[in-house]
Design a protein around this ligand. Structure first.
Ligand code: MG
Length: 158
């Protein structure tokens, strides 16, 4: 039986850090604050996988007070979620992501992020969608204070 999972995450911009989105380092004046590499996109995808399979959430599995996770690559969170899903007999069938940010423009980076994510999730590229939008200047994200990512993941029985 197929499952569906939803994930949401947001991180504030912070100076002196690289901006990592979907496993890609993107040229930008500021990165994102966080205990790990603060890859907001992969955090949303991780929570979507965990949600689809009835697991605990990313904050419970990877607490931000764990010194071993300082600066962790968020791909490790995705891989752990995939392992939990496999143990329950599920694999990813598709992944749909929306990134909401005033800056940077993600258009030039979407193809690379999509390829990275497809490889990470072990699915064809056409099973992954990376969409980007702004918040039209509204609210904190619209004022350029950070980035939000929303992910929906479809999962099929292995
Ligand atoms: Mg996060």
């Amino acid at each position: 039986m197929d499952r569906i999972g939803f994930g949401y995450d947001s991180h504030r911009f912070a100076g002196g850090r690289p901006l990592i989105l979907g496993g890609c380092q993107i040229e930008h004046a500021r990165g994102l604050a966080g205990h790990s590499d603060a890859d907001v996109l992969l955090h949303a995808v991780t929570d979507a996988i965990l949600g689809a399979t009835g697991c605990d959430d990313i904050g419970s599995l990877f607490p931000d007070h764990d010194p071993d996770l300082a600066g962790a690559h968020s791909a490790t969170f995705v891989r752990h979620a995939l392992d939990l899903a496999k143990q329950k007999g599920y694999r990813v069938s598709n992944c749909d992501v929306t990134v909401i940010a005033e800056t940077p423009k993600l258009g030039p980076h979407k193809k690379v992020i999509r390829g990275n994510l497809a490889e990470l999730l072990e699915v064809p590229e056409d099973a992954v969608s990376i969409k980007a939008t702004t918040n039209e200047g509204m609210d904190a994200v619209g004022h350029g204070e950070g980035i939000v990512a929303i992910a929906v993941v479809g999962m099929a029985a292995c």
